[in-house]
Design a binder for this molecule. Structure first.
Ligand code: AMP
Ligand code: MG
Length: 267
């Protein structure tokens, strides 16, 4: 699954990355379901350990075009974890108060503390994505943000945060099918936002903005993964695998607990 990691300094061209790819997993959808169940269970244990040890912080960033499956990924990958140990922070259109501050002002209070795992559903990256594609501020304002983002993430990493960033990569055909399904299915219609069609017209501008963000902000301490996301089962598997491997790599152990308990038997 590490094949999907964006190496620091390389230029990402999304058209050259197949959104329908499933190359990192041998076996189809059925074996994938069993594998995802195994990973979910492992994730549950690791999250418990993260909390018990209280030494590390974990930040997961989810980005992607509309209907790329950010909510679905959260639902499926984190199905098993204790809701008390995981927080989701969703970033919407900024309020007037947020707009009156620098773009990281609303983000910093949401980052994980010791023992916490926080998932960002959209993030500070919106300020170089939607903001750039829709020309909400001039270039002179968004251009310095790439460097500001890298510096911000360096601060988080230097203070004990493991950062994993996932771009859920769907192609324009897949988005059309998902939008159509939202329109046709009364149980999905609530998810459809007419504004999404305006955004869809800017697919090219969004793609350029994503390519720049992925190319300029993938670092050793906060790597991006371009996750082929047309196939939901593969998308879930990539995110779960990368997450479990990263948590296992922390070498966490349970704290010893209070002294004097060795061999203690209660009457
Ligand atoms: P959703 O995630 O579908 O609930 O939609 C949230 C909306 O808020 C999306 O259209 C985002 O592009 C928008 N949004 C999030 N962050 C920003 C931002 N910093 N500036 C402008 N729009 C934003
Ligand atoms: Mg939406």
């Amino acid at each position: 699954m590490q094949r999907h990691r964006v190496k620091s300094g390389i230029r990402v061209e999304l058209a050259r990355r197949d959104a329908g790819s499933t190359t990192g997993f041998r076996g189809g959808k059925k074996r994938a379901a069993a594998e995802l169940a195994r990973l979910s269970e492992r994730l549950e244990e690791l999250q418990e350990l993260l909390w018990a040890e209280h030494r590390h912080k974990v930040l997961v960033v989810l980005q992607g075009m509309d209907a790329s499956g950010k909510d679905g990924t959260i639902r499926h990958v984190f199905e098993g974890v204790n809701p008390a140990g995981v927080k989701v922070a969703a970033f919407k259109k900024p309020t007037p108060e947020e707009l009156a501050h620098d773009f990281l002002w609303r983000v910093h209070p949401k980052v994980p503390g010791l023992g916490e795992l926080v998932i960002f559903n959209r993030s500070h990256y919106e300020d170089v994505l939607v903001v750039r594609a829709m020309e909400l501020v001039p270039r002179a304002v968004w251009e310095p943000r790439y460097e500001q983002i890298v510096n911000f993430e360096k601060l988080l990493a230097d203070t004990g945060t493991t950062i994993l960033k996932f771009f859920l990569h769907i192609d324009a055909d897949e988005q059309r099918e998902r939008f159509q399904a939202r329109i046709d299915d009364p149980t999905k219609r609530w998810k459809f936002n007419p504004g999404d069609l305006e955004t869809r017209k800017l697919w090219g501008s969004y793609t350029e903005a994503y390519e720049d963000a992925l190319s300029r902000t993938s670092t050793d301490f906060a790597p991006w993964y371009v996750v082929p996301a047309n196939k939901k089962w593969y998308r879930n598997l990539v995110v779960a695998t990368v997450l479990v491997e990263a948590l296992e790599g922390l070498g966490m152990t349970y704290p010893p607990g209070p002294p004097g308990l060795d061999g203690l038997v209660l009457e």
